[in-house]
Design a binder for this molecule. Structure first.
Ligand SMILES: Cc1ncc(COP(=O)(O)O)c(C=O)c1O
Length: 381
């Protein structure tokens, strides 16, 4: 059967094909150090597993759950946003639990975009923003980020362009893949920009607790709820990527619109997952400190590895990755293949995040210090 036209514009996710190649090399006996993907290898908090286990034997655990999530989970999100970001949210109307923020990107796009609407998308950026935009028949309009501009959007330049068809803008700070952070002033400028040009701004915020001194939410900016929504996720913060659990926060009106899509696509999230997620969100700051201690020592080693490979990382980066310039003699794809075949180390090429990612690679911190040290020894025995 011939595929739907909407699929003609998207290709298979880079990692889904490249990881096949990595698996084939492994099958040939190659000991691959995988620094390509951001899937946390550390365990979730034990309190979360306990809460999940307790919830499994709850008499109602296996029934359909409320479309908008359990009250327990929404209240935990409310407290999490208050404690860590100083943002007040109404748990009844301004919080929507999701099966991961990737799901949210699709729901938001289905909820707000008509065919032909334009969407501002960061270049480089998380590839799902553009693929989902294309799947729903909207137009991806990329805004360039670059090193000289600290990988932040140049709103003055954007304002000079024709924004009349733009309905939605994706932002993602701390930024993946570059690790750049936004200040409060940048978030405020984004809110003001959204208001002035009637653009819905969505900040995708899964990395704010990883190697980031001051976790921030764009919802703290003045007047934010009018034009802003924020996606958040437990995948990276609590090592729960496989659980598929996250959240969308914003105004009642915006969330109602997203809920119209969601109620037609799924029927509530498995109760024990919500119970475990609520337990995670209640954890004290010690949890973040313990994870960051591990990530900081890994990062030190990754910086050493990057240097051994003649790559140049930017100085200050938040999040789960190290973003670095490849040596002049290579493209990002050529460099990744060279490192994979010569040293059996897999890293992500910058071009997969957009043309502005060309010339860069992304190292993940989701490998043990020992394995990263092993990788360094392959280059400098
Ligand atoms: C920027 C960004 N947004 C969203 C996601 C997806 O997160 P989730 O696991 O919550 O769907 C990722 C995962 O890699 C990401 O890097």
């Amino acid at each position: 059967m011939i595929q739907a036209n909407r699929l003609n514009q998207v290709s298979e996710y880079y990692f889904s094909t490249k990881l096949g190649e990595v698996r084939a090399l492994k099958a040939q006996g190659k000991d691959i150090v995988n620094l390509g993907i951001g899937s946390p290898d550390l365990p979730p908090p034990p309190q979360v597993i306990e809460a999940l286990n307790r919830a499994l034997v709850n008499p109602g655990a296996h029934q359909y759950q409320p479309y908008k999530g359990t009250g327990e989970f929404r209240n935990a999100i409310k407290e999490f946003y208050k404690n860590h970001y100083q943002v007040d949210l109404n748990p009844e109307t301004e919080i929507l639990p999701l099966m991961g923020s990737k799901e949210g990107i699709t729901h938001i796009s289905l909820a707000f975009l008509n065919e032909g609407d334009e969407v501002l998308i960061p270049n480089p950026g998380y590839p799902t923003y553009s693929s989902v935009t294309k799947l729903v028949g909207a137009e991806a309009v990329f805004y360039d980020l670059n090193e000289a501009g600290n990988w932040l959007p140049d709103l003055k330049e954007l304002a000079k362009t024709d924004l009349s068809k733009v309905k939605l803008m994706w932002v993602n700070y701390p930024h993946m893949p570059t690790g750049a952070s936004a200040t409060d002033a940048v978030f405020q400028d984004l809110v003001d920009f959204g208001k002035k040009h009637q653009i819905l701004i969505v900040n995708d915020n899964p990395y704010s607790f990883i190697l980031n001194e001051h976790p921030k939410s764009i919802l703290k900016a003045e007047g934010a709820k009018e034009v802003v929504m924020e996606l958040n996720s437990l995948s990276k913060t609590f090592n729960m990527a496989g659980w598929r659990v996250g959240m969308l926060c914003g105004s009642e009106q915006h969330l109602k619109t997203v809920l119209k899509v969601k109620t037609n696509l799924d029927s509530g999230m498995f109760y024990p997952i919500q119970a475990g997620a609520a337990a995670a969100l209640h954890l004290p700051n010690q949890w973040f400190a313990s994870q960051n201690e591990i990530y900081a020592s890994r990062k030190e080693k990754i910086l050493e590895l990057a240097k051994a490979l003649e790559c140049t990382p930017a100085k200050k980066q938040a999040g789960l990755f190290v973003w670095a310039k490849v040596p002049e003699w290579s493209t990002s794809e050529g460099f990744v293949d060279h490192v994979l075949h010569k040293y059996s180390i897999f890293i992500a090429p910058g071009f997969i995040f957009g043309s502005q990612g060309e010339g860069f690679v992304r190292f993940s911190l989701c490998e043990t210090t020992e394995n990263i040290e092993g990788a360094i020894k392959r280059i400098k025995p």
